[in-house]
Design a protein around this ligand. Structure first.
Ligand code: FPP
Ligand code: MG
Length: 295
């Protein structure tokens, strides 16, 4: 299954989408794509097939987002907690990711034409080396694209993300790049895996679970959260448009809170430290990519 498909909406669905588009459209939408195994169970499929259907749904959803004008999407593809599942299921999910990243790299021309930037956010040291190389290649070649952004949270939890940010900040203080009094919420925000992205405007969780499962906990304090009973592989355009409509109803209140937010301004010492940290992270990804190309 391709990552970028032609639009499959019928005229009535397209019309509904165009009507919703006349209202406020979220720029950044995050998804907790839950319910793949329950779907598999319901359809007498193997768990792996449920995840595979989940991936297909994700590509469909990316098309709806692009049609609607959502610029950035962040999906919870694999949590660090998911490593506790059976070896068979974890291996199956890693294989699915391998297969899909290979496919993504095969269709890179299409990705470059559309201008999609792929970012994998998470603790890459936890994923198999060969998969990490594919991820690094996808991130490096699409780095400059800026028409649409897809952030795949893989081997991710917020607690791990915040722990890493704190470790980087401590190292910055030890190296005398920053001072203890430079530590504030803005600095932490810019040390997270998500430092390149604005906070999500809307978070959608499927499958009837009303938990956040350690996803983007720092980033969603002023995000509209939409829970739906639908299992992820069954999520359809009407469910998506209902979520957007819910966002449009919440928008005036969200806006009131946002008006109090000032843009982040760092002092020059902190700005230099952040440039160094972000360059170091980009270089680490590029080094993995170059080692893969050379081998
Ligand atoms: C949650 O359903 C879903 C996951 C743990 C995996 C989601 C992954 C994808 C949809 C595709 C990932 C994309 C790539 C690039 C590999 P669940 O397993 O918790 O199902 P349940 O809630 O019914 O038990
Ligand atoms: Mg689940």
């Amino acid at each position: 299954m391709s990552w970028l498909k032609e639009c499959t909406l019928n005229w009535f669905q397209s019309l509904a989408l165009r009507i919703i588009k006349t209202g406020e459209v979220p720029k950044h939408v995050a998804f907790i794509m839950d319910g793949n195994r329950r779907y598999a169970n319901k359809q007498n499929l193997q768990k792996g097939e449920g995840h595979s259907k989940g991936f297909d749904k994700m590509t469909e959803m990316l098309n709806w987002c692009m049609d609607l004008g959502v610029v950035e999407v962040t999906v919870y593809a694999f949590s660090i907690e998911n490593f506790k599942r059976s070896k068979e299921e974890v291996d199956g999910l890693m294989d699915l990711a391998r297969q899909k990243f290979k496919r993504l790299l095969e269709e890179k021309e299409k990705l470059m034409d559309v201008g999609v930037c792929i970012r994998v956010i998470g603790n890459l040291s936890l994923i198999p080396e060969d998969l990490c190389k594919l991820v690094a290649e996808a991130m490096t070649i699409t780095r400059e694209n800026n028409k649409a952004f897809l952030n795949l949270a893989f081997a991710y939890t917020s607690r791990d993300e915040i722990t890493h940010a704190i470790k980087d900040i401590i190292q910055g203080v030890k190296d005398a790049d920053i001072l203890p009094e430079d530590i504030n919420e803005d600095l932490i925000t810019d040390c997270l895996y998500t430092y390149k992205s604005p906070n999500p405007d809307l978070l959608i969780r499927t499958s009837g679970e009303t938990r956040l499962s350690d996803f983007l906990m720092w980033q969603i304090s002023n995000t509209c959260i939409y829970f739906t009973e639908v299992l992820w592989p069954e999520f359809n355009i009407w469910n998506f448009l209902s979520a957007i409509f819910y966002y449009q109803k919440c928008y005036p209140n969200l806006q009131k809170n946002r008006n109090n937010l000032k843009p982040i301004m760092h002092n020059s010492r902190v700005s230099m430290y952040l440039d160094k940290l972000h360059n170091k992270r980009d270089m680490a990804i590029e080094t993995i990519y170059l080692s893969a190309v050379q081998s």
